[in-house]
Design a protein around this ligand. Structure first.
Ligand SMILES: [Zn+2]
Length: 199
């Protein structure tokens, strides 16, 4: 195809039978008649010679095309799941300090979730978590732990989530369910000593 034909057809590229001066039989840009393979080679060479300029221009492009970039990253990650997983594992192994710091930051940000999870696993081991507990129930219970942290912060002394009927009571054992939880100051909780008073 001749360049003029491609132009008339509004094509971005055209293919000619004549090799470029470097011998490539690659597509040419209709606009400039430049060989796409030559341009690709030049661009790689430029990147290698100007790594800082290249990464700066990449950053700038990403800044101006955030959504497009995120879509592309996501698409790439979906297509390369194994590599993503292997890279993440390698990074974790190589950066134990960063992993630990990140975990600590997360705990600090969501302490109630960790407390809630810890108590849930204790209750599971004690077989005090009923099968009918729904995800809404679990959410409600996380909220109780959130409330206890919030009150601790507001009042300046420690509040705790307490099982009204203790999970491992001497007389009766309660369930780890929303209706068996109460948010109380820690001192009272200690005084109660896991005993359930039948009033
Ligand atoms: Zn070429």
């Amino acid at each position: 195809m001749k360049r003029a034909e491609a132009k008339a057809l509004g094509l971005k590229f055209y293919r000619t039978e004549k090799p470029c001066k470097h011998g490539h039989l690659a597509d040419r840009y209709t606009k400039s008649a430049q060989c796409t393979e030559c341009l690709a080679i030049q661009s790689i060479a430029w990147r290698l010679e100007n790594p800082e300029k290249h990464s700066a221009s990449m950053r700038k492009w990403i800044e101006n095309n955030r959504e497009l970039h995120a879509t592309r990253v996501k698409r790439w990650q979906t297509a390369n799941k194994d590599k993503v997983r292997a890279d993440a594992k390698a990074w974790t192994t190589a950066n134990p300090d960063k992993v630990k710091a990140k975990a600590l930051r997360h705990i600090k940000k969501h302490p109630e979730a960790y407390t809630a999870r810890g108590v849930l696993s204790v209750a599971r081991r004690a077989k005090r978590v009923p099968k009918w507990l729904t995800s809404d129930d679990r959410w409600l219970m996380r909220e109780a732990y959130f409330l206890s942290k919030l009150r601790t912060k507001m009042f300046g002394f420690v509040w705790e989530v307490d099982h009204i009927i203790p999970l491992r009571g001497a007389l009766v054992s309660g369930l780890h369910v929303p209706t068996n939880l109460q948010v109380i100051p820690k001192r009272d909780n200690r005084l109660k000593h896991n005993s359930f008073q039948l009033v």
